[in-house]
Design a protein around this ligand. Structure first.
Ligand code: RTP
Length: 148
């Protein structure tokens, strides 16, 4: 089953929106397979955002991400990478539709409260970076009511 890396950014933790983010993935039917509060280092965040290193907003992105703890999660389910991105909404909340997490709770791109992997390949890399200890699988009885 597909997995994605979802992160409540420091603004989501500070604003008390972690439960809301979790609730949306849970009620959709996705399975939580890993969860932790983390205080990532600058080096760790630079690795996570390595693809954006040349961008003008990179330093402010890193300092925003260092402003407090984050909640790191792995969610599992059919097409969870793509569906997760749809649930988060467009990167810039100005373009995020109401009903999406960013569309309901964010205004500025530099305070967009959550992160979601953009492909299965990035998900695998990000899960390995944030959960080097590994993410064990487990059975969920309710799966037969969610998947045909
Ligand atoms: P994310 O990784 O957080 O899910 O976002 P994304 O793939 O949709 O967007 P990406 O281009 O990878 O950007 C990562 C994060 O950088 C911040 N950003 N700021 N000031 C700006 O123009 C700008 N553009 C991006 C956002 O916090 C974005 O989520």
């Amino acid at each position: 089953m597909e997995r994605t890396y979802i992160m409540a950014k420091p603004d989501a933790v500070a604003r008390g929106l972690v439960g809301e983010i979790i609730k949306r993935f849970e009620t959709r039917g996705f399975k939580l397979v890993a969860l932790k509060l983390a205080h990532p280092t600058k080096e760790h965040l630079e690795q996570h955002y390595a693809d954006l290193k040349g961008k003008g907003f990179f330093p402010s992105l890193i300092s925003y991400m260092l402003s407090g703890p984050v909640v790191a999660m792995v969610w599992e389910g059919k097409n969870v990478v793509k569906t997760g991105r749809v649930m988060l909404g467009a990167t810039n909340p100005f373009d995020s539709l109401p009903g999406t997490i960013r569309g309901d709770y964010a205004i500025d791109v530099g305070r967009n409260i959550c992160h979601g992997s953009d492909s299965v390949e990035s998900a695998n890399k990000e899960i390995a970076l944030w959960f080097p200890e590994g993410v064990p699988a487990y059975k969920r009885v309710v799966d037969s009511l969610i998947y045909e």
